[in-house]
Design a protein around this ligand. Structure first.
Ligand code: PHE
Length: 336
């Protein structure tokens, strides 16, 4: 009997961890364990023997349970110590600073150009992205049957509304609201129903400009455009002026710049031509002035529409327009 108890004690002591110990407990102290075995033949004993056996069992129970409890407590405190060790925090370590966000490159350049034009006395105007057909087309001398409407694939909405295809409707709003003389720019988001590739997006940014005064000439226009481009690129940029047709300007021009990504030989951004159409412009068509209530005999002006998105791509040598709308933090983080 003593041997049985000793073996059981030894088994308890030889368990290496809590899981071991639990298995041993089932074997030794459980329903089929040593103590149960010792009580099995109690019925056959004399009352004298039964008293002795009872004492023995009690003593065995005490020593087995005592050994079990002690070892269990030891394992548990070791586990706790290990956990405390692993989860220890050094509260004196300085916290890492907040991560700084970055402005979108379009915002960066937009703000730069706004500052430049403000310094030359221009107001910065805003207009709605959901426009009326009137402001986006009719008031700009583009009547419903005019072929120029096909040049701008339009997202039409209900009730003669649309997503503005250019920032030029803000010219109309500026003339209606402020009247002449007028010096304004209007940066903003525009939309066209285009299939998307490296140089086309359905959503992009333009920056419109307009000046109305007495005796405004193409000379004034060229002066402002040169000032603008020098300020933006901080370097000599090769430009060329071609005649360009827009119903709201007459004469109209296309101002191209040498592709700043490839420098001339051709790449996807300049569609292999070496030139990038950057800036359509011209003198405001008298029809446009008249439809906004301005007398073209008294006033005239120039207007330009800068492709802000394209300009950003040139300035930062971004070779795929899709990056700009991607929301990809690896891209955006570079402008911090
Ligand atoms: N609104 C024209 C476009 O988006 C650009 C433009 C603006 C042309 C101003 C001339 C003058 O195509």
């Amino acid at each position: 009997m003593t041997e049985l108890v000793d073996t059981a004690l030894e088994r308890i002591h030889s368990s290496a961890n809590l899981a071991d110990l639990e298995a041993v407990r089932v074997d030794v102290l459980g329903r089929k364990g040593v103590l149960a075995q010792l009580s099995k033949d109690m019925g056959k004993l004399t009352s004298e023997e039964r008293v002795q056996r009872g004492k023995f069992i009690n003593a065995a129970k005490q020593s087995l349970e005592g050994a079990y409890d002690a070892l269990k407590a030891k394992f548990e405190s070791e586990a706790l110590a290990a956990r405390l060790d692993a989860e220890w925090l050094d509260l004196t370590v300085p916290a890492p600073g907040p991560k700084r966000g970055a402005l979108h490159p379009v915002t960066l350049i937009q703000w730069e150009i706004e500052d430049l034009f403000r310094s030359m006395g221009f107001s910065v105007l805003d207009g709605p992205e959901v426009e009326t057909e009137h402001h986006n087309f009719d008031a700009l001398n583009i009547p419903p049957d005019h072929p120029a409407r096909d040049m701008q694939d339009t997202f039409w909405l209900e009730g003669h509304h649309l997503l503005r295809t250019h920032t030029s409707p803000v010219q109309v709003r500026g003339m209606e609201k402020l009247g002449p003389p007028l010096k304004m720019i209007a940066p903003g988001r525009v939309f066209r129903n285009e299939s998307v590739d490296a140089s086309h997006e359905h959503t992009f940014y333009q920056l419109e400009g307009m000046m109305i005064d007495k005796d405004v000439s193409v000379g004034n226009l060229i002066y402002f455009m040169k000032t603008l481009l020098t300020a933006i690129f901080h370097r000599e940029v090769t430009v060329r002026l071609r005649p360009g047709f827009f119903p709201f300007v007459e004469p109209g021009f296309e101002l191209d710049i040498r592709c700043l990504i490839c420098g001339g030989p051709g790449c996807p951004v300049c569609k292999q031509s070496g030139w990038v159409e950057l800036l359509p412009c011209g003198l405001v068509n008298p029809h446009v002035l008249r439809s906004s209530g301005i007398d073209p005999k008294e006033w005239n002006g120039f207007a330009f529409g800068l492709g802000l998105t394209r300009l950003v791509m040139m300035r930062y040598a971004i070779d795929d327009i899709r990056w700009l709308q991607s929301g990809d933090l690896r891209f955006l983080g570079q402008f911090a």
